[in-house]
Design a protein around this ligand. Structure first.
Ligand code: NAD
Ligand code: TYD
Length: 339
């Protein structure tokens, strides 16, 4: 089996490569990544020399480059992680989200049609369902929940999902889609809540909490997401959407306080800042479908996962210091300077 993994130099894609290397050592893995600000070849260092791994730099929206890669590599299946993935950046500059997340997905789907693959798997997000109110803890996102997006990021991801469905129905392409809740773990870019708070706490910088910090996210350790995708790829039903989540809802402020407690820093570092525009209140996945159909359950509980994650950032300071000392400083100033 040869798998084309797009966006494999980012957070979840790289963890998926490491996961598949262990779970299926006989598979050939080809990583296609544009290496945007969020992609990092240093992350893939440990697999670069493996004879069953290949890295190729390309933009998924570049039709000619993508077709060439399909022609040479002839992948049996594609897992698409490549995306612009940060809501705040999508508010600042929506256009690139449409180019990569929508047009890029379309190019990949066309390549799959032209060259033929056994399966195309689209890595989507629970954000396509919009948000849930805080006063209705009985409500959850199921696979039947209507798409109802809030940010340019989630709108672009929902558009890509709709295109995937259309290619399945119209052209008979063998497609599956997964919609996962918020991930955390090693190699997550420090612009996202958990790594940003860990990195700031470790250097005694203020921890910028949006609004009152009451928004709720449903956190899943990244390896559990990778395990679910592996199952869907091999045992999932064509044309099916699978929601992935572990019933681990937490308020942002509680996450931030937990991180401070683990690293032994004072809560006085917490700084409340102007809220995100259109900020979704609560995400919560009902994972019963994937549990019943594919026997998937998360294996890392939050208490263990967050300790492991903080330890990883402590042990791999060079990885994130290289990032926060570079172009990221300009982003940080733009995003947080006047907030
Ligand atoms: P990330 O931002 O860490 O990584 C994205 C990767 O895609 C980077 O390596 C980047 O270089 C690459 N990329 C971006 N544009 C590209 C292009 N045009 N062509 C080729 N490569 C390109 O993102 P992530 O957090 O690892 O998310 C991966 C996927 O999972 C995304 O599709 C995202 O929507 C989805 N997702 C993320 C989460 C989460 O909590 N992070 C949750 C659910 C779903
Ligand atoms: P994020 O990691 O950007 O994921 P998403 O918005 O896609 O769920 O943010 C998670 C939550 O944390 C979200 O409610 C916004 C909030 N947040 C902050 O309060 N401060 C920050 O600096 C960041 C990046 C996020």
């Amino acid at each position: 089996m040869k798998l084309l993994i797009t966006g494999g130099a980012g957070f979840i894609g790289s963890n998926f490569i490491f996961y598949m290397r262990k779970a299926h050592p006989d598979y050939d893995l080809v990583c296609l990544d544009k290496l945007t600000y969020a992609g990092n070849l240093q992350t893939l260092q440990s697999v670069m020399k493996n004879s069953k791994f290949k890295f190729t730099r390309a933009d998924i929206a570049d039709r000619k480059a993508v077709y060439e890669i399909f022609e040479t590599e002839k992948p049996d299946a594609v897992v698409n992680f490549a995306a612009e993935s940060h809501v705040d950046r999508s508010i600042e500059n929506p256009a690139v989200f449409l180019e990569t997340n929508v047009m890029g997905t379309q190019v990949l789907l066309d390549a799959c049609r032209k060259y033929g693959v056994q399966r195309y798997h689209q890595v989507s997000t629970d954000e396509v369902y919009g948000d849930l109110p805080l006063d209705r803890p009985d409500l959850f996102f199921t696979e039947q929940t209507p798409l109802h997006t809030s940010s340019p990021y989630s709108a672009s991801k929902a558009s890509a999902d709709l295109l995937c469905n259309a290619y399945q129905r119209t052209f008979g392409l063998s497609i599956t889609i997964s919609r996962c809740s918020n991930n955390y773990g090693p190699y997550q870019f420090p612009e996202k809540l958990i790594p940003l708070m860990i990195a700031n706490a470790l250097v005694d910088k203020p921890l910028p909490v949006y609004g009152e910090g009451l928004n709720v996210r449903d956190w899943l350790y990244v390896d559990d997401h990778c395990a679910a995708i592996d199952l869907i790829l091999h045992k999932g039903e064509v044309g099916q959407v699978y929601n992935i989540g572990g019933h681990n809802e937490m308020k942002n402020i509680d996450i931030v306080k937990r991180i401070l407690a683990i690293v032994g820093k004072p809560e006085s570092l917490i700084t409340y800042v102007t809220d995100r525009k259109g900020h979704d209140m609560r995400y919560a996945i009902d994972p019963s479908f994937i549990h019943e159909k594919l026997d998937w359950l998360p294996s890392t509980m939050f208490n263990d996962g967050i300790e492991k994650t903080v330890q990883w950032y402590l042990d791999n300071k060079e990885w994130w210091e290289n990032i926060v000392n570079g172009e990221y400083q300009n982003y940080y100033e733009r995003m947080y300077g006047n907030r």
